[in-house]
Design a protein around this ligand. Structure first.
Ligand SMILES: [Zn+2]
Length: 307
C-alpha cells in the first residue's frame, strides 16, 4: 500500500515523463506567451513568470538594444504575445514601429514605469543614444530592478489571474535574491577606499549604479564607440584619467587592446575585466542572468579598484 506522499510523487514522476516526451510546441500550449525586448528584461520576466509563461526575447545576449533592427520573426512573436515588456525611458527607439507593423493586440508594459529617471548626459558621444533627456539604463540600480519586478508581476497577474499565487510567490522569492545581491554590492563598495571609487567607461551606462552605490563613472570626453579613437582622443583620455585621478578603465566594444594597454601604461590606471551594461552574456557565461551580471560587475569593479 502506497502512502499518500509516495503516491503523489509517483504521479508527479509520470507527468514529468509524459511532458518530456511531448514536442516542445505541445509543452508550451497553454502557457502565457509574452515578449521582452532585451535579454536583461527577459531574464526578469522568466524569474517572475516561471513555468506558466513562455518568454521570447527580441535582442539576445550581447546584443545592443539601442540600435536594433527588428526581423520578420520578431513581428510574428509580437503577434502571438499577450504582453510586450519594454524597458521604456526611450531605450528601445524601434519598438513602437514594430508593435504597429505587427498589428499585435498585446498589452505594452514599460518595466521601468515608476523609477525616478536620471537625466541623460549622453549627448554628442556614446553609441547613438537618443533618449529625449532620460537615461534609460535604470536596471543598473537593483532598487530599480525591484520596481521592474513589481511591474512584471502585476502585468502577469492582470493577463493570467489564475496564476496570481504563483506570480506572487515567484516575485517574492526573486526580490529576496535581489536583496541579497544588493547587500553584496554595498558590502564590496564599502571596502574600496573612497578616493579610488572612480572608473572610466566607454559607454555611459552606469549612472544609476553610481547614484545608488557611490562609485563614480566618468565617460571619456569626445569619444564615440562607433568610430576609432584618434591620437588626439587618446591624449585627451590620458589627460582626463590623470587629472581626475581615475583608478580603473572599463571599456566595452573596444577591440583594440593595444590602445587600452597604452592608456593604462601612461596613466597607471588598471584595465578591468569585461563588464556588462545593456545585455547579458550567453547562458552559462559570466553574466548569464541579471543577478549574475550585477555580481560579476561589482566583483570586477572591486578587484580593479582595491589596491
Ligand atoms: Zn546603453
Amino acid at each position: 500500500m502506497l502512502t499518500r506522499r509516495a503516491a503523489v510523487s509517483l504521479l508527479a514522476g509520470c507527468l514529468t515523463l509524459v511532458a518530456s516526451s511531448l514536442p516542445v510546441a505541445a509543452q508550451n500550449a497553454g502557457r502565457l506567451k509574452v515578449v521582452a525586448t532585451f535579454s536583461i528584461l527577459g531574464d526578469m520576466v522568466r524569474n517572475v513568470g516561471g513555468e506558466r509563461v513562455e518568454v521570447a526575447t527580441l535582442v539576445g545576449p550581447n546584443g545592443d538594444a539601442h540600435v536594433y533592427s527588428p526581423t520578420p520573426a520578431d513581428g510574428r512573436r509580437l503577434t502571438e504575445a499577450r504582453i510586450v515588456f519594454t524597458n521604456g525611458l526611450k531605450f528601445e527607439g524601434w519598438i513602437d514601429r514594430l508593435v504597429k507593423s505587427s498589428g499585435t493586440k498585446a498589452v505594452k508594459v514599460e518595466a521601468a514605469k515608476g523609477v525616478k529617471p536620471l537625466k541623460s548626459e549622453d549627448e554628442g558621444h556614446g553609441h547613438g543614444h537618443d533618449h529625449g533627456g532620460a537615461d534609460p539604463h535604470a536596471w543598473q540600480s537593483i532598487g530599480n530592478a525591484k520596481i521592474y519586478v513589481a511591474n512584471i508581476r502585476d502585468a502577469l497577474i492582470a493577463a493570467d489571474e489564475a496564476g496570481k499565487a504563483t506570480y506572487e510567490a515567484n516575485a517574492a522569492s526573486y526580490l529576496k535574491q535581489l536583496d541579497e545581491v544588493e547587500a553584496e554590492v554595498k558590502g564590496l563598495v564599502v571596502k574600496i577606499p573612497p578616493e579610488r571609487r572612480r572608473i572610466i567607461t566607454s559607454h555611459d551606462a552606469f549612472r544609476y549604479f553610481e547614484e545608488a552605490y557611490g562609485i563614480d563613472f566618468v565617460a571619456p570626453q569626445g569619444v564615440s564607440t562607433e568610430s576609432e579613437a584618434s591620437a588626439k582622443d587618446v591624449a585627451r583620455i590620458i589627460q582626463q584619467i590623470k587629472r581626475e585621478k581615475i583608478a580603473a578603465i572599463f571599456v566595452e566594444n573596444v577591440s583594440d587592446a593595444r590602445l587600452m594597454e597604452r592608456i593604462s601604461k601612461e596613466t597607471g590606471a588598471r584595465i578591468g575585466s569585461q563588464v556588462y551594461s545593456d545585455a547579458l552574456s550567453e547562458a552559462g557565461g559570466p553574466a548569464g542572468t541579471y543577478i549574475d551580471m550585477m555580481r560579476h560587475n561589482i566583483r570586477a569593479f572591486s578587484a580593479a579598484l582595491s589596491s
